[in-house]
Design a protein around this ligand. Structure first.
Ligand SMILES: [Zn+2]
Length: 321
């Protein structure tokens, strides 16, 4: 029972056709249909280029990547949930603008103005009513907020930061770049150089993302947004850095009976031992339905059926606006 028909039958996904349009301040929206169900997406992100997870101020001309000491016995690079979410949210926004243009044949700004009375933009021009605000949450000063239905978790490198971070004392050492304000007419001195640590290509970060009261559009949209975010780049200097490849191993209608920390433990003998847990037909990690019963879980290639639903579900959604 892993095909989508079963998912739709079980009432786990809020059917887009049952979302009830609401018009407030001349804005029409489809507020979430609170099914009290959820969907968990689990997988592995692998850096394909230098990655700079930075959530703190560095020294004036040095940047250090986020690290944690002794997490399950290993020092690791840290990739915080807030940053992962922000990049995927922006990718989601771009994706839906593109789909809007494709479906309507008009510039997205015009269409958004029609639908939402504002071309929804991050961070200060959120419309509070579109698919993006509904999924990731939004705030309109003085008018209220919508809560995020997407839950992200901090994650950590499977590899030790001693091995996966280029830093002082590592084989590669810190990288050297120019400071932004460098005066090219002058000779180069220390002040014109910027030193930075980075996570090396080939480093692995397991991830778990949960969507509450999901529609099929939420899930299909997020699966595509993950891929786009990987190409766009995560972390600091994401124009050139922070590219990833993501394997999605499981999408389940249950809550995971395991955490990121368990996933790190399962990878103690290498990434393959973690991967085997999800992609082999042997002992697979447990998901538990929030309201009892057996959750439905799609594994690896089966997940493509969810991705494939994007265009049709989007058409259905906009036909209601
Ligand atoms: Zn919006």
């Amino acid at each position: 029972m892993t095909d989508l028909t079963a998912w739709k039958k079980e009432g786990i996904l809020a059917p887009v056709s049952q979302l009830i349009p609401v018009t407030r301040d001349k804005k029409t929206s489809l507020p979430p249909h609170y099914t009290q169900q959820l969907v968990t997406i689990v997988g592995l992100k692998t850096t394909t280029a230098r990655f700079m997870p930075v959530s703190h101020e560095g020294d004036s001309n040095e940047t250090y990547v986020d690290k944690v000491d002794n997490l399950r016995g290993v020092s690791r690079a840290e990739f915080i949930a807030r940053k992962l979410k922000a990049t995927e949210r922006r990718a989601h926004m771009r994706l839906f603008r593109e789909m809007t243009e494709k479906e309507t044949g008009k510039e997205w700004q015009t269409t958004f103005q029609n639908w939402f009375k504002i071309p929804c933009e991050i961070p200060n021009g959120l419309c509070t009513v579109c698919w993006n605000d509904s999924l990731f949450g939004s705030l309109e000063a003085g008018k209220g907020a919508t809560f995020s239905r997407a839950r992200y978790f901090d994650t950590y490198s499977i590899e030790s930061s001693n091995d996966c971070v280029a830093q002082t004392g590592s084989e590669e050492g810190m990288a050297v770049g120019n400071t932004v304000g460098e005066d090219l007419a002058k000779g180069r001195g220390d002040a014109s150089l910027h030193y930075y640590e980075y996570v090396k290509a080939g480093t692995h970060f397991p991830f778990i993302t949960i969507i509450e009261s999901p529609t099929l559009l939420d899930i299909a949209g997020l699966l595509h947004a993950i891929t786009l975010a990987d190409l766009h780049g995560h972390g600091k200097y994401s124009a050139n850095h922070g590219k990833f490849e993501t394997e999605v191993w499981a999408v389940s209608t249950g809550v995971p009976r395991f955490s990121i920390l368990n996933m790190l433990d399962w990878a103690a003998d290498g990434v393959d031992s973690l991967r085997d847990r999800f992609i082999s037909k042997g002992e697979r990690p447990l998901f538990e339905a929030p309201s009892g019963g057996t959750p439905l879980t799609l594994w690896e290639a089966e997940i493509d059926t969810l991705r494939g639903e994007l265009t049709n579900t989007f058409k259905e959604y906009i036909s209601l606006l």
